[in-house]
Write a protein that binds this ligand. Structure first.
Ligand code: HEM
Length: 182
Protein backbone atom coordinates (compact mmCIF):
# COMPACT_ATOMS: atom_id res chain seq x y z
CA UNK A 1 0.00 0.00 0.00
CA UNK A 2 1.31 3.47 -0.88
CA UNK A 3 1.88 5.87 2.03
CA UNK A 4 0.11 9.13 1.43
CA UNK A 5 1.69 12.33 2.68
CA UNK A 6 -0.52 15.23 3.64
CA UNK A 7 0.68 18.78 4.45
CA UNK A 8 -0.60 20.13 7.75
CA UNK A 9 -0.19 23.61 9.18
CA UNK A 10 1.41 23.43 12.61
CA UNK A 11 3.05 26.74 13.53
CA UNK A 12 1.30 30.05 12.93
CA UNK A 13 3.26 33.14 11.88
CA UNK A 14 3.40 34.77 15.36
CA UNK A 15 4.86 31.55 16.85
CA UNK A 16 7.50 31.33 14.13
CA UNK A 17 8.42 35.02 14.40
CA UNK A 18 8.57 34.61 18.17
CA UNK A 19 10.90 31.60 17.87
CA UNK A 20 13.48 33.07 15.52
CA UNK A 21 13.43 36.47 17.25
CA UNK A 22 13.98 34.66 20.56
CA UNK A 23 16.94 32.78 19.06
CA UNK A 24 18.43 36.09 17.80
CA UNK A 25 17.89 38.04 21.04
CA UNK A 26 19.23 35.18 23.16
CA UNK A 27 22.33 34.81 20.96
CA UNK A 28 23.01 38.58 21.02
CA UNK A 29 22.51 38.77 24.81
CA UNK A 30 24.80 35.79 25.36
CA UNK A 31 27.57 37.02 23.06
CA UNK A 32 27.60 40.54 24.57
CA UNK A 33 27.30 39.44 28.22
CA UNK A 34 30.95 39.89 29.20
CA UNK A 35 31.67 43.20 27.48
CA UNK A 36 31.33 46.60 29.23
CA UNK A 37 31.52 48.32 25.83
CA UNK A 38 28.58 46.32 24.46
CA UNK A 39 26.45 46.66 27.61
CA UNK A 40 23.74 48.76 25.88
CA UNK A 41 23.30 46.09 23.21
CA UNK A 42 23.15 43.40 25.89
CA UNK A 43 20.45 45.32 27.78
CA UNK A 44 18.34 45.90 24.63
CA UNK A 45 18.62 42.19 23.71
CA UNK A 46 17.53 41.31 27.26
CA UNK A 47 14.48 43.59 27.12
CA UNK A 48 13.59 42.18 23.69
CA UNK A 49 13.86 38.63 25.05
CA UNK A 50 11.62 39.55 28.01
CA UNK A 51 9.04 41.17 25.70
CA UNK A 52 9.04 38.10 23.45
CA UNK A 53 8.47 35.77 26.38
CA UNK A 54 5.60 37.90 27.70
CA UNK A 55 4.08 37.75 24.20
CA UNK A 56 4.48 33.94 24.11
CA UNK A 57 2.88 33.54 27.53
CA UNK A 58 -0.18 35.43 26.24
CA UNK A 59 -0.14 33.61 22.88
CA UNK A 60 -0.18 30.30 24.75
CA UNK A 61 -3.72 31.22 25.88
CA UNK A 62 -5.14 33.26 23.00
CA UNK A 63 -3.19 31.85 20.02
CA UNK A 64 -4.51 29.02 17.92
CA UNK A 65 -3.99 25.33 17.26
CA UNK A 66 -0.71 23.72 18.23
CA UNK A 67 0.64 26.96 19.78
CA UNK A 68 -1.80 26.81 22.70
CA UNK A 69 -0.38 25.65 26.03
CA UNK A 70 -3.42 23.41 26.51
CA UNK A 71 -2.31 21.56 23.36
CA UNK A 72 1.13 20.58 24.70
CA UNK A 73 0.95 20.78 28.50
CA UNK A 74 3.34 17.99 29.57
CA UNK A 75 1.37 16.10 32.24
CA UNK A 76 3.35 13.41 34.16
CA UNK A 77 1.18 10.75 32.50
CA UNK A 78 1.98 11.97 28.96
CA UNK A 79 5.66 12.44 29.81
CA UNK A 80 6.08 8.94 31.29
CA UNK A 81 4.21 7.42 28.32
CA UNK A 82 6.46 9.28 25.88
CA UNK A 83 9.70 8.27 27.66
CA UNK A 84 8.55 4.62 27.81
CA UNK A 85 7.80 4.71 24.08
CA UNK A 86 11.32 6.03 23.40
CA UNK A 87 12.88 3.34 25.60
CA UNK A 88 11.03 0.48 23.93
CA UNK A 89 11.88 1.72 20.45
CA UNK A 90 8.39 2.79 19.34
CA UNK A 91 8.51 6.57 19.84
CA UNK A 92 5.05 8.17 19.94
CA UNK A 93 4.60 10.77 17.22
CA UNK A 94 3.19 14.20 18.05
CA UNK A 95 2.21 16.70 15.38
CA UNK A 96 2.88 19.61 17.79
CA UNK A 97 5.46 19.55 20.61
CA UNK A 98 6.11 16.16 22.18
CA UNK A 99 5.93 16.06 26.03
CA UNK A 100 9.75 16.02 26.52
CA UNK A 101 10.15 18.95 24.13
CA UNK A 102 7.35 20.74 25.95
CA UNK A 103 9.19 20.43 29.29
CA UNK A 104 12.25 22.05 27.67
CA UNK A 105 10.06 24.84 26.27
CA UNK A 106 8.52 25.69 29.65
CA UNK A 107 11.99 25.60 31.27
CA UNK A 108 13.31 27.93 28.55
CA UNK A 109 10.48 30.40 29.12
CA UNK A 110 10.97 30.19 32.92
CA UNK A 111 14.77 30.60 32.86
CA UNK A 112 14.35 33.39 30.30
CA UNK A 113 11.99 35.34 32.58
CA UNK A 114 14.29 34.94 35.61
CA UNK A 115 17.36 35.90 33.54
CA UNK A 116 15.67 39.02 32.16
CA UNK A 117 14.14 40.14 35.48
CA UNK A 118 17.35 39.59 37.48
CA UNK A 119 19.38 41.27 34.71
CA UNK A 120 17.15 44.33 34.87
CA UNK A 121 17.38 44.43 38.71
CA UNK A 122 21.18 44.02 38.67
CA UNK A 123 21.45 46.79 36.03
CA UNK A 124 19.40 49.04 38.33
CA UNK A 125 21.84 48.19 41.19
CA UNK A 126 19.29 46.18 43.13
CA UNK A 127 20.05 43.00 45.06
CA UNK A 128 23.88 43.25 44.95
CA UNK A 129 25.92 40.14 44.47
CA UNK A 130 22.95 37.80 44.87
CA UNK A 131 21.15 39.39 41.90
CA UNK A 132 24.24 39.14 39.70
CA UNK A 133 24.68 35.47 40.63
CA UNK A 134 21.00 34.81 39.94
CA UNK A 135 21.31 36.49 36.55
CA UNK A 136 24.34 34.46 35.60
CA UNK A 137 22.84 31.22 36.93
CA UNK A 138 19.54 31.67 35.05
CA UNK A 139 21.38 32.59 31.82
CA UNK A 140 23.64 29.54 32.08
CA UNK A 141 20.61 27.38 32.89
CA UNK A 142 18.95 28.71 29.76
CA UNK A 143 22.05 27.94 27.68
CA UNK A 144 22.08 24.35 29.00
CA UNK A 145 18.40 23.86 28.09
CA UNK A 146 19.00 25.40 24.65
CA UNK A 147 21.70 22.75 24.04
CA UNK A 148 19.28 20.00 25.13
CA UNK A 149 16.52 21.59 23.02
CA UNK A 150 18.65 21.59 19.87
CA UNK A 151 19.77 18.00 20.50
CA UNK A 152 16.10 17.01 21.04
CA UNK A 153 15.07 18.66 17.76
CA UNK A 154 17.81 16.77 15.87
CA UNK A 155 17.00 13.40 17.50
CA UNK A 156 13.25 13.81 17.02
CA UNK A 157 13.69 14.85 13.36
CA UNK A 158 15.75 11.72 12.80
CA UNK A 159 13.40 9.37 14.73
CA UNK A 160 10.35 10.48 12.79
CA UNK A 161 12.11 11.29 9.52
CA UNK A 162 10.63 14.80 9.40
CA UNK A 163 12.29 18.18 9.10
CA UNK A 164 11.27 20.01 12.29
CA UNK A 165 13.50 23.01 11.59
CA UNK A 166 11.87 23.54 8.19
CA UNK A 167 8.45 23.29 9.88
CA UNK A 168 9.48 26.07 12.30
CA UNK A 169 10.40 28.18 9.23
CA UNK A 170 7.47 27.46 6.90
CA UNK A 171 4.79 26.52 9.46
CA UNK A 172 3.99 23.28 7.59
CA UNK A 173 4.71 19.61 8.29
CA UNK A 174 4.15 16.58 6.09
CA UNK A 175 2.11 13.95 7.90
CA UNK A 176 2.05 10.34 6.71
CA UNK A 177 -1.25 8.48 6.41
CA UNK A 178 -1.78 6.31 9.48
CA UNK A 179 -1.04 9.27 11.74
CA UNK A 180 -4.31 10.20 13.54
CA UNK A 181 -3.76 13.87 12.56
CA UNK A 182 -3.62 13.08 8.82
C1 HEM B 1 19.47 27.29 15.85
C2 HEM B 1 19.01 26.77 16.95
C3 HEM B 1 17.59 26.30 17.11
C4 HEM B 1 16.85 25.49 16.33
C5 HEM B 1 17.28 24.80 15.05
C6 HEM B 1 15.54 25.36 16.95
C7 HEM B 1 14.51 24.62 16.44
C8 HEM B 1 13.27 24.51 17.01
C9 HEM B 1 12.20 23.69 16.51
C10 HEM B 1 12.30 22.81 15.28
C11 HEM B 1 11.15 23.82 17.32
C12 HEM B 1 9.83 23.07 17.21
C13 HEM B 1 10.01 21.79 17.98
C14 HEM B 1 8.86 20.86 17.75
O1 HEM B 1 8.54 20.58 16.58
O2 HEM B 1 8.28 20.41 18.75
C15 HEM B 1 11.51 24.76 18.35
C16 HEM B 1 10.69 25.20 19.36
C17 HEM B 1 11.06 26.11 20.32
N1 HEM B 1 12.33 26.63 20.50
FE1 HEM B 1 13.92 26.36 19.29
N2 HEM B 1 15.52 26.10 18.08
C18 HEM B 1 16.75 26.70 18.22
C19 HEM B 1 17.16 27.53 19.21
C20 HEM B 1 16.35 27.96 20.24
C21 HEM B 1 16.77 28.88 21.26
C22 HEM B 1 18.17 29.52 21.33
C23 HEM B 1 15.71 29.06 22.05
C24 HEM B 1 15.58 29.92 23.28
C25 HEM B 1 16.39 30.86 23.60
C26 HEM B 1 14.61 28.26 21.55
C27 HEM B 1 13.36 28.20 22.09
C28 HEM B 1 12.30 27.50 21.58
C29 HEM B 1 10.95 27.57 22.10
C30 HEM B 1 10.49 28.42 23.28
C31 HEM B 1 10.18 26.72 21.29
C32 HEM B 1 8.70 26.51 21.38
C33 HEM B 1 8.07 27.32 20.27
C34 HEM B 1 6.65 27.69 20.62
O3 HEM B 1 5.80 26.84 20.77
O4 HEM B 1 6.46 28.90 20.80
N3 HEM B 1 15.03 27.61 20.43
N4 HEM B 1 12.81 25.15 18.15
Amino acid sequence: MQTEVKPIRVWDLPTRLFHWSLVASFAIAFLTAESEKLRDIHVVAGYTLAGLIVFRLLWGFVGGGYSRFAEFLPTPHKLVGYIKSLLNGTPQHYVGHNPAGAVAIFLLLGFGMVAAASGWAAYEDMGGNFMEELHEGASNGMMAIVAIHIAGVIVSSWLHQENLVLAMITGWKKIRSGNPAA
